[in-house]
Write a protein that binds this ligand. Structure first.
Ligand code: NAP
Ligand code: G4F
Length: 323
């Protein structure tokens, strides 16, 4: 897998290990603290040095691992960061996928390797004209609103193109936001739960955020990586939406997160800071996961209140150790 140091990479490494897989994870950069942390947490993952922008390293990684399944999770995945670094985002999040698909093809493994591409609900864009009432599904219109969304749309179509052109087993998962205890602190849910835990422990007195009205379809990452695995076990490659079918605003997330520490009003603790606003916003995301439920038997174990509570409790535990 690529992206083994990320949120989904951690959940997926655990899942594949529990199923008896030999797991190889691509890691970039020089030996550092992150690599050591990864080696401590997942001693069973065999690390290969490679970067999605470096074709030779990917060919080497494919030759070393001879993969039956590839999960391409590596990307610049933060939407705000992609506005500040659009070219880097194109190189990694878009062209990186092409580099990896080509590495498989030139290695002669097109017929034996199954490939999962991490597509995203950001490709839909959440604008009035393309917003279906029952939620976006696999046939909905795309209108990406960020350099990240545009790069992912290229990645999505090049993945589908390799399926159609070369008959490769390439499946795409169009995943709506998924969160949890491994979520990066730069994403809004974890930023909130980490701050709520810090406020509860007296380590912080407020939290600065951007716009609070956007709505997201938030699920639990552990459930979503199981869906990725199910896509590659299916008898044919396809495209699948994973979502909860519910959408909530950031204000609703704040209400539940502060309620978890006994605070009924979050407003005194939250300041708005324009630096966290984006040049173009995705107003509302709502997904329709009925195809994945019907065809793959995919199901979720964590609901929205359960997700918020799990994250706040986790962050209180982590911060208590350092308080
Ligand atoms: P994440 O925590 O941000 O992890 C991203 C991973 O990509 C990290 O392991 C990072 O490695 C790696 N990466 C970045 N640049 C790379 C490069 N040049 N070469 C190789 N690897 C590189 O993301 P996530 O939340 O786990 O998401 C996994 C994938 O699903 C991403 O592609 C994301 O865009 C997509 N997705 C996520 C969601 C969601 O809600 N989480 C929804 C839809 C789609 P470093 O540690 O070295 O930076
Ligand atoms: O947590 P976010 O940064 O996630 P976003 O932009 O929805 O993207 C995530 O989900 C996508 C799937 O739809 C993935 F493809 C992508 O890789 C990533 O995992 O922001 C959520 C909302 C946005 O409307 C943002 O403007 O929260 C708003 N927000 C308000 N204040 C903030 C903040 N977002 C962040 N990160 N930080 C803030 O302070």
């Amino acid at each position: 897998m690529t992206g083994v140091t990320g949120q989904d990479g951690g959940h997926l490494a655990e899942l594949l290990h529990s199923k008896g897989y030999e797991v190889f994870g691509l890691i970039r950069g020089q030996r550092n603290a992150r690599r050591e942390a990864l080696e401590r947490e997942f001693p069973f993952v065999r690390l290969i040095e490679a970067d999605l922008t470096d074709q030779t390293s990917l060919i080497h990684a494919v030759a070393t691992s001879q993969p039956h399944e590839i999960y391409n999770l590596g990307a610049i995945s933060h939407v705000g960061y992609s506005f500040r670094n659009p070219q880097l985002t194109a190189d990694i999040t878009a062209k990186g996928v092409l580099n990896l698909l080509e590495a498989v093809r030139v290695s002669g493994l097109s017929d034996s390797t199954r490939f999962y591409q991490a597509s995203t609900s950001e490709m839909f864009g959440g604008l009035d004209y393309n917003r279906p009432g029952a939620g976006y599904n696999e046939n909905s219109l795309f209108h990406p609103r960020s350099p990240y969304g545009v790069a992912k749309l290229y990645a999505h179509w090049i993945a589908r193109n390799y399926r159609e052109s070369y008959g490769m087993f390439v499946s795409t998962g169009i995943l709506f936001n998924h969160e949890g205890e491994r979520r990066g602190l730069e994403f809004v849910t974890r930023k909130i739960t980490n701050a709520v835990a810090a406020i509860h422990l007296g380590l912080q007195d407020h939290l600065a955020l951007g716009d609070l009205w956007p709505k997201r379809d938030w699920g639990y990452a552990g459930d979503y990586v199981r869906g990725m695995w199910q896509m590659l076990q299916h008898h044919e490659p396809d495209d699948f939406v994973l979502a909860t079918g519910e959408t909530h605003s950031i204000e609703e997330f704040l209400t539940l997160a502060f309620a978890a520490i006994g605070e009924t009003d979050w407003k005194p603790y939250v300041r708005q800071d324009p630096q966290f606003r984006r040049p173009a916003e995705v107003d509302i995301l709502l997904g329709d996961p009925s195809k994945a439920e019907r065809v793959l038997g995919w199901e979720r174990t964590v609901d929205f209140p359960g997700l918020v509570s799990l994250m706040v409790q986790h962050d209180i535990q982590v911060l208590s150790r350092h308080a």
